[in-house]
Structure formats: C-alpha cells, structure tokens
Design a protein around this ligand. Structure first.
Ligand code: VAH
Length: 320
C-alpha cells in the first residue's frame, strides 16, 4: 500500500495533487506537509497534516519515519520571480530542501518526484520546439536551482539507486490555489480579472510566447510518470511536457468567446519580462510521449471554458 509524503502540499500544484492522490490511494495514505497552514484549514483538516520547514532535515526525516512513507513528492520551493528577488533564500530553500528530501528518500528507500521547469533553460537554448536534451544555461536563480536539481536527482538515481522522477513543467494554470511568485502567473490572473473586471493589464508583453498547461493535465502527468515502468524511463528526471505555446493576446481571444467585451492592455514588468524572454517559446515533448505515453488533453479553448466555468462558481461563493 502506497504511503506518500507531499512537501509544499498547500501550494499551487500540491493543493490539487493532495486531493487527487487521496482520492486514488486513500486519505490516510497521503501525508500533507507545508510550512504554513493558516489560510488552508479545509485542506489541513482533510487528512494527515504536519507543519514542515523543508530546510530542517531532521524534521523531515522524523515525519517520513513516523508515517513510514514509501513515496516523497517534493514540491516545496520558491518560484521564479520570488527567487529572482531573493536569490540566496531561494538557493537555501530550493536546494537545501531538495537535498534534505533526497536524503530522506535514500535512507527510507522511497520513490521520489520533484518538478523541474521550462525555467531550466536559458537564452542560449533553442527557443522553438526545445529538445529534451539541449543547452541548459539559465540566467535566473530559479533556473540554476532547476538545472542543479535535475542533476542532483540523476545523481541520487545512479549513485544510490533512488527511484527519482521529474517533469519540466511549463506555466501551470489552475482555479484552486492561485500561484505565488511565478512569471507565468499572469495566465491565471487574467481569468480572475476577466470575470471580475472584464479587463486585465498584463505584466508580460504582447507576443511573448511561453508553454502552458492546465492543472488537470499536470496532475495526470505526475501520476502517470510515477506509475510508469522504470525500465522505460531514459530521461527520468526532467521530461519536457507541454500542452500549448501561447502569448497574452491568445488568452484574450479565447476569453472573448465568453466575455466579448474583455479588454487586454499591458504594463510590462521588466524583471518578469526578462525572465520570460530567457525561456523557450515552445517545448518538444516527444520523449514523454514515447517513453511513458503522455499527451495533454486540454488546449487553450477547452482550458478557458473550464477555467471560466469553475472560477465563476468559486467567485460567486466567495464571501466578500
Ligand atoms: C514560474 N509557474 O512562473 C512557475 C513555472 C514555468 C514557470 O516554473 O516560476
């Protein structure tokens, strides 16, 4: 019987993956941990929860040992824009937390997942249909963390036999827990503001293409990868996965099919624009398709219809 520990369980990916995994494996089989719990009492009370600062190795080990986990899903990290504002904190949390989680996985013989990102690429990476194996010279602290993380997870597999697995996620779009501190967050904010104000001011410039994916596809990718035959995994720690390559105007056109008077204008944030400009425009996800059969199911129109539908319901229930 799987026993899963999720770090960063109250974040954008964690808050939905936690519920999905509890549906599949059972509530008591999935231990949620995060450094904060004040704003997420519903999730915290939905099953086993422990407060955990992933930079505290002993705390992580004791929680993993207490619940006798056999799988670690390590999500706790600072995203790109926050990491660029606080690079040393990002290094200590993103890399210190990762090595602590890998050490627990090594000592307790756990299967291990942590996400990489399109942020693991840089300006010298081929921008169109970025290959699975290519130049990785990111110019952000987040990107340095992601490349180092991919290599560290490979090392723990080759050196210690830890069953490490990972995905290079594009920008993830969800209606449950809003992201915090990312560069692609505009792609979430635009839906909230479209419903609330019929307008949005994008901090990312017109014509800036980035890969994106709807959260249901991202969750399905994590679950499928973790259940895949390890013998078929060649690029186990950093599969390119994607659903769409889009720019702000594409979202506006999709939204106008439901909110015809929606207006989009721009006030570019130079810091997040510089991060976005250093990333690929589109990824080649052939390896994920060939090695474990992944393909996304949500395109921009299908995602937009679902996002607006789910957010309309969420916002209508929001206590003002
Ligand atoms: C960020 N949402 O913007 C994250 C992600 C590809 C982007 O890694 O930092």
């Amino acid at each position: 019987m799987k026993k899963i520990l999720i770090t960063g369980a109250l974040g954008q990916i964690g808050s939905e993956l936690l519920l999905k995994m509890r549906d599949i494996y059972g509530t008591d089989q999935v231990i949620a941990t995060d450094i904060k719990s004040d704003k997420h009492q519903g999730l915290v009370q939905s099953g086993p929860y422990e407060t955990l600062d992933v930079t505290q190795a002993q705390d992580m080990f004791h929680i993993a040992q207490k619940y006798q986990v056999d799988t670690i899903i390590h999500l706790a990290a600072l995203l790109s824009a926050t990491a660029e504002a606080k690079p040393l904190l990002a290094w200590n949390l993103n890399m210190g937390g990762l090595v602590n989680a890998l050490e627990v996985a090594r000592e307790l013989r756990c299967q291990f997942f942590t996400p990489s990102s399109i942020g693991a690429f840089g300006p010298s990476t081929p921008k169109e249909h970025t290959p699975q194996v290519t130049i990785q010279r990111p110019t952000t602290m987040y990107g340095v963390n992601k490349v180092a993380g991919e290599l560290l997870c490979d090392y723990y597999f080759y050196k210690f036999g830890v069953d490490t697995r990972g995905l290079r996620f594009p920008g993830l779009i969800s209606y449950v827990a809003p992201p915090g501190g990312g560069t692609t967050d505009y792609a979430v904010d635009i839906y909230y503001e479209a419903l609330q104000k019929s307008r949005y001011t994008s901090y990312i410039a017109q014509g800036t293409y980035m890969d994106m994916m709807y959260m249901p596809d991202a969750l399905r990718a994590i679950l499928a990868l973790m259940e895949s035959d390890p013998a078929k995994l060649i690029h186990r720690n950093a599969y390119n996965v994607t659903a769409m390559s889009v720019q702000p105007e594409d979202f506006a056109q999709a939204i106008r099919k439901y909110i015809p008077n929606f207006k989009l204008d721009y006030k570019v944030d130079p810091i997040r624009q510089a991060i976005a400009d250093s990333w690929p425009n589109s990824l080649d996800s052939t390896a994920a398709r060939e090695e474990w059969g992944f393909s996304a199911t949500y395109d921009l129109d299908k995602m937009t219809m679902d996002m607006l539908d789910k957010l309309q319901e969420k916002l209508s229930h929001k206590v003002s």
